[in-house]
Design a protein around this ligand. Structure first.
Ligand code: SF4
Length: 218
């Protein structure tokens, strides 16, 4: 079975698989947690593991059990492989954090609804942080928002893998509608102008930040 088929990834033992259900912005209900715990016990898996994309991976599932585990979980898989938007990492923001200056969770949920799994020229990671502490690791995300008193800063072009690159600030002081609109323009520009496999940061290094900025502001 190919990696990603049935939302499963072959593990190091070359015999069992890991799956990771998708919980937008890492928000999981007690009922969903129970289903994961029940499935882990029922199928005698090797481990449950919190991932860097704020998911819970269920590790060490036999191939013949995968369909039944998904049925028991009743939750769609997270997009963990392929050229697409893999994850939207989001901090609690003004919903819960006393330091929050913007509603990162609310905006993150909207981004997740629009972009999670969207096919793009390369793997893409997004993030939203409610204040300048950037607990969602904006600096190494392809597209992200940082909440400040004056609104959102839009950062682009960060990445951690290969040759790491810190994100550039593209625009400051956006309200939420403007931020969502600007992200849509960045994504469209990226889809139309990047080479296959080229991360946003690599595209920026090729075309220049001002070119992208002009396209987004025009
Ligand atoms: S980035 Fe700011 S608002 Fe978000 S969790 Fe960290 S400190 Fe709180």
């Amino acid at each position: 079975m190919k990696d990603g088929e049935k939302g499963a990834i072959l593990q190091r033992d070359k015999q069992t698989y890991a799956i990771a259900p998708h919980f937008p912005c890492g928000v999981i209900s007690p009922e969903q947690l129970r289903r994961i715990a029940d499935a882990a016990e029922k199928y005698n898996v090797a481990a449950t593991k919190i991932t860097s994309a704020s998911r819970i991976a269920i590790v060490g599932i036999k191939e013949e059990d995968i369909d039944n585990v998904w049925k028991d979980l009743d939750t769609p898989p997270g997009h963990a492989v392929g050229l697409c938007v893999r994850s939207i990492k989001v901090c609690p923001g003004t919903a819960f954090c006393r330091l929050g200056q913007q509603d990162s969770l609310g905006v993150g949920m909207k981004l997740d609804e629009i972009y999670h799994g969207m096919d793009l020229p390369s793997k893409t990671k997004m993030a939203v942080s409610g204040c300048m502490n950037q607990c969602a690791e904006n600096c190494i995300k392809d597209v992200s928002l940082v909440g400040k008193k004056a609104g959102w800063d839009l950062l682009v072009g960060g990445k951690g893998t290969g040759k790491p690159r810190l994100a550039d600030t593209l625009i400051n002081g956006l309200d939420t509608d403007q931020a969502l609109d600007a992200i849509s323009k960045v994504v469209n520009y990226y889809r139309e102008n990047a080479k296959k496999g080229e991360r946003i940061g690599v595209m920026i290094d090729r075309i220049g930040l001002d070119t992208l900025k002009d396209a987004v502001l025009s």
